[in-house]
Design a protein around this ligand. Structure first.
Ligand code: MG
Length: 251
């Protein structure tokens, strides 16, 4: 369940129906429901932050760097990771926590590309939380001085709110999406340290303006580090891999 946006959360729908049935003449009931909702959100996020702190300490003890990879569905997170794994060629150990609502498909793709992977299925959930990631990290058992990439559930909204204990938050945007997305989903881009513009091999076929996208992203997050690349053609991939691989030395 996600107390913050309410998607997949039956409690939220219950409150919505209450709202319609018996809100008082002065909206007092609305106010009480709103206070309850805010308290629930705060409790969920506080609990998450405690688990995130535990994850951070666990990663530090292990000397493992964790990256939280986020994007809308279909931006190419798994495809990028497959290319990175092939480029790594054993130079750096990279393992992956895969977050999807259902199936083991992405974990299987990562294993086929030579990486270790543990799949987390969130069911109706729209994001990974620190508690689930903590359990999955134990299963994944990443070696010291390695990189763990957490591929979050495809969603540009809720994952921005949930600290997983990672070192770097990275958001992908593909050129088949709108170049105004950083302005429409500012929380995600503001929370991120790195933005990756992907699928640039498709630029001749779409109206995506890379410079405008980067300018808009820096409007909401001035210090954002930006990479532009194509996992398919390999353009820009080496620079991105260098950045990723040197992170493992920083653990
Ligand atoms: Mg995926």
């Amino acid at each position: 369940m996600c107390a913050t946006c309410g998607c997949g959360d039956t409690h939220h729908h219950h409150e919505t129906s209450e709202h319609h049935h018996d809100h008082g003449p002065h909206g007092l009931h609305d106010h009480a429901a709103e206070v309850r909702r805010i308290r629930l959100e705060r409790d969920v996020l506080e609990k998450n932050d405690r688990f995130a702190q535990e994850n951070r300490a666990w990663l530090l003890r292990r000397k493992v760097v964790a990256i939280n990879l986020m994007s809308a569905p279909g931006s190419g997170k798994t495809t990028l990771l497959e290319s990175v794994l092939r480029a790594a060629g054993g130079r750096v150990q990279i393992s992956v926590l895969e977050g999807d609502q259902e199936t083991e498909r992405d974990a299987e793709r990562i294993r086929k590309a030579g990486g270790r992977a543990v799949q987390i299925n969130t069911g109706t959930g729209c994001h990974l939380d620190a508690h689930a990631v903590g359990h999955a990290l134990t299963l994944l058992d990443p070696p010291p001085r390695s990189v763990v990439v957490v591929e979050n559930v495809g969603n540009l909204v809720c994952p921005a709110l949930f600290d997983l204990g990672e070192h770097t938050k990275m958001t992908l945007i593909s050129v088949t999406e709108g170049d105004d997305k950083p302005l429409k989903y500012p929380h995600m881009f503001r929370a991120s340290d790195v933005m990756v513009v992907t699928k640039i091999d498709l630029l001749p076929h779409v109206d995506f303006d890379v410079d405008a996208c980067v300018a808009r992203a820096r409007e909401v997050s001035p210090d954002l580090k930006v990479f532009t690349l194509s996992a398919r053609s390999g353009q820009g991939l080496a620079g991105f891999c260098d950045f990723l691989f040197t992170r493992s030395a920083e653990a």
